[in-house]
Design a binder for this molecule. Structure first.
Ligand code: COA
Ligand code: AMP
Length: 625
């Protein structure tokens, strides 16, 4: 079926379309209706149906004779380890972790926070939660204890599973002290932690609270999968947005399984014989969807890579992995390619490997700049496909659909909408913009299966953030345009989010940290263009008059504070002291004007500006950055 036919099929009868896709999942109990819209503007998919996501990822394939097939390839250049887990191996470990969780009274609906590096136990811990109906909350290792504490307070986990350490190029990151600190900082107290002790750095365990994960697994019986409702949460994933408080995106079980299994073939052209590699981290949505759930639901082989695109050990590591394991489709962030291109501009490393089985490279997470795409196309000689994503959706909103024969790549565009998504470009009043004109990219409600339908413990914030700006539409907070051929161009965010090295960060959260400094009177943090990371944050601070502290000291403090409170992943290294910040007469800081000056793009001085001369000082500060 062609892309157009499939899209029309969905538009003609969305319920019938998704009902058919749902037949690829094994259910304990069928739905009463495909979608429930009785609580408009909210909706839910497959109400009253029952399934188990872990069953569909593991047991189902084993029951179909694929127990000995490779499910997960662990490749860790940072520890020089490689290991292949079959579907039976993965189930064995998962069922035992599930048993261990049960023996500590963790059950349906309980939250389990997972704070682990890219190791197989992270994946089996996620699946173990799914097996017993517990809700996993994975937190990325690059966040500081304070961010971890925020997530503990909001999700109130019954138990935490953590690794003793993570490994970054040239350094070992001890996770356990960060975990201890986060537990100390949080108001909600966690009584039980399972710690996976890595050989390279074992952690001290706190008696009565911490248990060695391997020992509890050994003592536990495997647990069977339990039926959960399609609408029950599978996981909460915190993401940045609009204020310093991260949003706990809730993903359901049923819609998620249906959409992700569908997407493997439709979006990525993957069948169960393929090896699929998403070079992301399980702490991000791409890791959840396409390291863990998508490939395993499909029954193909997934790669878990604990390394970086460069420096572990060199800029050829991606091509080595593709070649060694016959990866047919890979998914990464443009920033990773830029890092490789910087070290190997002529693609010499690529020539060293046999990439005959490699079919396609997918990019997402930030705007893919055409020169990077062209470099990859030229050197890899495969289609390089940009596609648009959000944590909120869990799968692609727009792309090029290799499974549906759509292969028309326009550099800089994220392609056409996925079947299930009606994307329009709207003006401030919610009216459609003419093609080619920039506006807010919005998606018609209801969103397709897998998209979050609420925020953890905060339905009102979900409604006010996403559903209130345009009645009947989901606000993506991305701005862009749709061209005459229906291709979507995602250009920038309309809120305080920046994409730094493919990581989603809130500049508002950084401003909240800076504002706590006793010598800072006012501040603004902007995302400015960066050749490698796409964007990096830059802070502007105005000092309290009469401060005796030196500007240099305050700048150093500011950098340290963001690193300590948000984490190294914020890449917050640039701060300028200025006398004043440009504002409107009503006192609103002109962040977008400052960002435009920083990026050297065209800007108009707003008529409402309080004092245009301040912009000159900002320009000077930016020149010296
Ligand atoms: N645990 C602990 N610390 C982490 C971490 C983790 N999981 N991930 C990153 N960090 C730390 C890094 O060590 C670094 O610390 P430093 O300031 O002490 O050097 C800091 O966070 C910033 O890391 P990063 O953004 O990764 O920058 P980098 O300069 O180390 O590497 C790239 C640059 C481009 C190689 C890297 O960002 C990269 O691989 N990006 C691709 C991201 C990606 O695939 N995203 C998926 C979205 S689809
Ligand atoms: P995350 O929730 O971390 O996946 O980040 C989602 C945001 O990343 C989107 O709202 C966009 O701003 C940006 N993004 C993701 N994919 C793309 C893409 N292909 N092109 C441009 N921006 C993208």
């Amino acid at each position: 079926m062609s892309y157009e036919e499939e899209y029309d099929l969905w538009q003609d009868n969305p319920e019938q379309y998704w009902e058919k896709k749902a037949q690829n999942i094994t259910w304990y109990k069928k739905w009463t209706n495909v979608i429930d819209e009785s609580k408009k503007p909210l909706w839910s998919w497959f109400p009253n149906a029952e399934l188990n996501t872990c069953y569909n990822c593991l047991d189902f394939h084993i029951n179909n004779g694929k127990g000995n097939k490779a499910a997960l390839i662990y490749d860790s250049p940072v520890t020089e380890q490689k290991k292949i887990y079959t579907y039976s191996d993965l189930l064995n470990k998962t069922a035992r972790i599930a048993g261990a969780l049960k023996s500590f009274n963790v059950g349906k609906g309980d939250r389990v926070l997972i704070y682990m590096p890219m190791i197989p136990e992270a994946v089996t811990s996620m699946l173990a939660c799914a097996r017993i109906g517990a809700i996993h909350v994975v937190v990325f290792g690059g966040f500081a204890p304070n961010e971890l504490a925020t997530r503990i307070n909001d999700s109130k986990p019954k138990l935490i599973i953590a690794g003793s350490c993570g490994i970054e190029p040239g350094k070992i990151i001890s996770y356990k002290p960060m975990l201890d600190k986060a537990i100390e900082l949080s108001d909600y107290k966690v009584n039980t932690c399972f710690i996976y002790q890595r050989e390279i750095l074992k952690a001290d365990l706190q008696k009565g609270r911490d248990y060695d994960l391997e020992s509890v697994i050994e003592q536990s019986d495997p647990a069977p999968p339990v039926p959960v409702k399609a609408t029950d949460p599978l996981y909460i994933l915190y993401t940045s947005g609009t204020t310093g408080d991260p949003k706990g995106m809730v993903r359901d079980n049923g819609g998620h399984a249906v959409a992700l299994k569908t997407s493997m073939e439709m979006v990525y052209g993957i069948n169960s014989q393929d090896v699929f590699w998403a070079a992301s981290d399980i702490g991000w949505v791409v890791g959840h969807s396409y390291i863990v759930y998508g490939p395993l639901l499909k029954g193909c082989t997934t790669v878990l890579f604990e390394g970086k695109p460069v420096g572990t050990p060199d800029a050829g590591v991606f091509w080595r992995v593709i070649s060694e394991y016959n990866v047919s489709v890979m998914f990464t962030a443009p920033t990773a390619l830029r890092a490789i291109k910087r070290e190997d501009p002529e693609g010499k490393e690529i020539q060293k490997y046999n990439l005959d089985n490699f079919k396609m490279l997918f990019l997402a997470g930030e705007r893919a700049d055409p020169p990077t795409i062209q470099w990859a196309e030229k050197n890899l000689n495969v289609p390089v496909i940009d596609h648009w994503w959000q944590t909120e959706t869990g799968w692609t909103i727009a792309g090029n659909f290799s499974g549906l024969g759509l292969f028309n790549v326009k550099h800089g565009s994220t392609g056409k909408p996925s079947p299930g998504f009606d994307v329009q470009c709207l003006d401030d009043n919610g009216n459609p913009k003419a093609s080619g004109e920039i506006g807010s990219l919005a998606i018609k409600l209801p969103l397709p299966p897998s998209c979050s339908t609420t925020l953890w413990n905060n339905e009102e914030r979900y409604k006010s953030t996403y559903l209130e700006q345009f009645k009947g539409w989901y606000t993506s907070a991305d701005a862009g345009y749709i061209d005459n051929d229906g291709y979507i161009w995602v250009m920038s965010r309309t809120d305080d989010i920046i994409n730094c090295a493919g990581h989603r960060l809130s500049t508002g959260a950084m401003e909240e940290v800076l504002a706590k400094h006793p010598d800072v009177a006012e501040c603004a943090v902007l995302g400015i263009k960066d050749e490698l990371k796409g964007q990096v944050p830059m802070g502007f601070i105005v000092l309290n008059s009469g401060t005796t502290n030196s500007a240099d000291n305050i700048v150093n403090d500011a950098i340290k504070m963001v690193r300590e409170e948000i984490g190294p992943v914020a890449s917050f290294r640039k701060v300028k002291v200025v006398k004043r910040l440009p504002k409107t007469r009503s006192g609103k800081i002109l962040r977008s004007t400052m960002a435009a000056i920083a990026d050297g793009s065209h800007y108009r001085i707003p008529a409402t500006i309080d004092d245009p001369d301040i912009l000159e000082e900002i320009k000077l500060a930016l020149k010296q950055r």
